[in-house]
Ligand binder design. Structure first.
Ligand SMILES: [Zn+2]
Length: 530
C-alpha cells in the first residue's frame, strides 16, 4: 500500500517531536475498506512532516511521541479527507450566476449567460468550499482551456489552489469536436445562412494546431507542477467531443509520460449514447477501446448511459468512473448504474461537478447522495444496499486512485499523505442522543453535514482549525467576488450568449428523437406503467 520506504518512515518518526502532531478522535476510521472492523475507539494518527507515521489508540500513541502537538478534543470522528474526483472549479454555481440547470444539451447554451470569474477567485472559492466540508483532494477538470487565455487561467488557478493548501489534481481539458453541437458540420448547414456564418468558427478550425497547443499546455503544466504532491492529468473533455486523431495523441502522451491518468466525460446523456452509434457505428466504450482508452489509467465522468457489454469491458479493464449523483439530477441526466459498475470491477469514485444538492459544494452531502441514490438498484428483499463504508470508500480511496494518487492518499495508513479531517459529533450523536452501539460510519453518512467538519489537515498542514480558515481570507475573497460579479458580462460575452441563445432552438430540433429507443431498459427500478 505505502510507497514510503520503511527507512524513511523510521526517520520521519524521529522528527515528530519537532514538527509533528497527533490527531485524536473518539473514533478513527483510518481506511474505509476495512469496514467496521477497522474502527479504532479513542483512535489517533501520528503525523511527521506531511506523512502519517503511526495509527492506533491515542493512549498508546501519546507516550511514544511526547513532543507532538495534539489536535482534536477526543470527542470527534477522525477520518481521511474526502475526495472530489471530478469538478470544474467554476467557484460560483450556475444558479448563483442566475442560470437554471437543465439538460446538458440545453445548459451548454444557457451557461454562456453566466459570469466567468477570474481564475484566482474561482479557484480560491472552490478550494474554500471543498476544504470547509472536509474535502482535502480536488480534481479540477478544465473545460475549453483553449489558446493563450486558457493557458493563463490554468496557471493562475493551479497556483491559487496550491496556496490554499488543498491537494490538487488538475487536468487541462479541451474539445476538438462538438464545441457547438454533436455533428456540427452537418448542423451548420441546417441553420439560416447568417446564423450559420456566425457559428462557423466554432465548428471549422485548424484541429492540428489546436491539438498542438493543447499538448504544449499539458507538457508545460506537467513539467511545472506534477510530482508527489500534485498531479497533472490528461483530459479530452468528452468522449463525444474528440476526434480519433486527438484521442490517439492522448494515448501516446500518457504512455510517454507513464502513470498519467486520462479523464473524460462519458455518456452523460442519451444524446451522447446516440452520437457514439452515429459517429462510430458502435457503442462509445468500444470505440474508445479501439484507441487504447479503456484501461486502468482511464477515468470517465458520469458513465450514465453505458450498456451491459460496455460495463463488462470497463470492469475487465479496471477503469475508473466518477459518479456525480447531485449533478445528474440537476442536469436531468439519469442515474449512473453504480451497483452494476462496482459488481463488474470498476473503481467508482465521487465527483461534485460544481452542482451539488444544496448548491454549495458540500462533500459530505454528496457522500450522502451517493449512499442514497443507489438504494434504487433492486427490489429484492435480500439484496443489501451500498453500506456506509462502501460509500466512504468511494469518497476517499477510490477518488484518490481516480485523481492519480493511488496508495498515496485516501486512507490514513503509515507512509501515506496526512490528509485528514476531524468532524464534530454534536449534531450527529448528541442531538440529543444516538445509540452508542450504532455504527459510527453509518451515523456519519446518515446524519453529518459539511458544516460539522471542524478541522482539516492536508499533507500534515492544518488548513482549517475549529472551522477557522488558516490559509484563505474568506471575507476578503467574498468582497472581491461580489465586486467582480457586479461588473456583469463583457460586451463580447453578452454577444456570444445572445448568439448561442439564437442557435439553441435549432440545436433542440437537431437532437430531436436521438434518444428514441435508447433509454427503454433501465438498470434501476424506479416505477412502472404496467
Ligand atoms: Zn463535469
Amino acid at each position: 500500500m505505502s510507497q514510503t520506504p520503511d527507512a524513511t518512515l523510521a526517520n520521519l518518526k524521529r522528527t515528530i517531536d519537532k514538527n509533528g502532531m497527533i490527531l485524536r478522535g473518539a473514533y478513527l476510521i483510518a481506511d474505509a475498506r476495512l469496514g467496521a472492523a477497522g474502527v479504532v475507539q479513542q483512535g489517533a494518527v501520528a503525523i511527521a512532516g506531511d506523512t502519517v507515521v503511526d495509527t492506533g489508540p491515542f493512549a498508546a500513541l501519546q507516550p511514544k511521541y511526547p513532543g507532538a502537538r495534539i489536535l482534536g478534543d477526543g470527542r470527534q470522528l477522525l477520518l481521511p479527507g474526502l475526495v472530489d474526483a471530478h469538478s470544474h472549479g467554476r467557484g460560483l454555481s450556475p444558479i448563483q450566476k442566475g442560470v437554471r440547470n437543465d439538460f446538458l444539451e440545453n445548459a451548454l447554451f444557457d451557461w454562456a449567460r453566466g459570469t466567468v470569474l477570474a481564475p484566482e477567485l474561482s479557484a480560491a472559492l472552490c478550494a474554500w468550499r471543498h476544504l470547509r466540508s472536509g474535502c482535502t483532494l480536488l480534481h479540477h477538470n478544465g473545460f475549453d482551456d483553449d489558446g493563450d487565455e486558457g493557458a493563463r487561467r490554468a496557471h493562475v488557478a493551479i497556483r491559487t489552489y496550491l496556496a490554499t493548501g488543498i491537494r490538487l489534481a488538475f487536468s487541462p481539458g479541451v474539445r476538438d469536436e462538438s464545441k457547438l453541437v454533436m455533428g456540427g458540420e452537418e448542423f451548420v448547414a441546417t441553420l439560416p445562412a447568417e446564423l450559420g456564418d456566425a457559428v462557423r468558427p466554432l465548428v471549422f478550425f485548424d484541429k492540428e494546431a489546436f491539438a498542438d497547443a493543447y499538448f504544449r499546455l499539458f507538457d508545460e503544466l506537467y513539467d511545472a507542477y506534477d510530482g508527489d504532491d500534485t498531479k497533472i492529468l490528461l483530459a479530452p473533455s468528452w468522449a463525444h467531443g474528440a476526434s480519433e486523431a486527438f484521442m490517439r495523441r492522448v494515448r501516446a502522451v500518457a504512455d510517454r509520460r507513464g502513470g498519467v491518468m486520462i479523464h473524460m466525460h462519458l455518456l452523460q446523456s442519451p444524446v451522447h449514447k446516440a452520437w457514439g452509434r452515429r459517429r462510430h457505428k458502435k457503442p462509445t466504450v468500444f470505440w474508445l477501446d479501439d484507441l487504447g482508452l479503456v484501461a486502468e489509467d482511464c477515468a470517465y465522468g458520469h458513465a450514465i448511459h453505458v450498456t451491459e457489454p460496455e460495463i463488462a469491458l470497463m470492469g475487465r479493464r479496471r477503469v475508473t468512473v466518477t459518479s456525480h449523483p447531485s449533478c445528474n439530477f440537476h442536469m436531468r441526466n439519469g442515474i449512473t448504474p453504480v451497483m452494476p459498475l462496482r459488481a463488474a470491477g470498476v473503481n467508482v469514485a465521487m465527483g461534485l461537478d460544481d452542482k451539488t444538492i444544496n448548491d454549495d459544494e458540500d462533500a459530505v452531502m454528496e457522500l450522502r447522495m451517493m449512499h442514497k441514490v443507489h438504494r434504487l438498484d433492486t427490489y429484492e428483499l435480500t439484496n443489501p444496499p451500498l453500506d456506509a463504508y462502501e460509500a466512504l470508500e468511494i469518497a476517499t480511496v477510490n477518488g484518490a486512485r481516480a485523481a492519480g494518487f493511488a496508495g498515496r492518499t485516501g486512507a490514513l495508513l503509515p507512509g501515506m499523505k496526512a490528509d485528514a479531517i476531524l468532524v464534530d459529533l454534536d449534531r450527529v450523536a448528541r442531538d440529543p442522543w444516538i445509540d452508542p452501539k450504532f455504527d459510527i460510519a453509518d451515523a456519519f453518512v446518515e446524519r453529518a453535514m459539511g458544516s460539522d467538519v471542524a478541522t482539516v489537515v492536508v499533507g500534515g498542514k492544518v488548513v482549517i482549525e475549529d472551522r477557522r480558515p488558516l490559509t484563505i481570507d474568506v471575507d476578503g475573497l467574498y468582497r472581491e467576488i461580489r465586486a467582480f460579479c457586479a461588473k456583469g458580462l463583457t460586451p463580447e460575452q453578452r454577444a456570444r450568449a445572445d448568439l448561442l441563445a439564437r442557435v439553441k432552438p435549432h440545436a433542440q430540433a437537431w437532437y430531436a428523437g436521438w434518444h428514441d429507443g435508447l433509454v427503454d431498459r433501465p438498470f434501476y427500478r424506479v416505477n412502472s406503467r404496467g
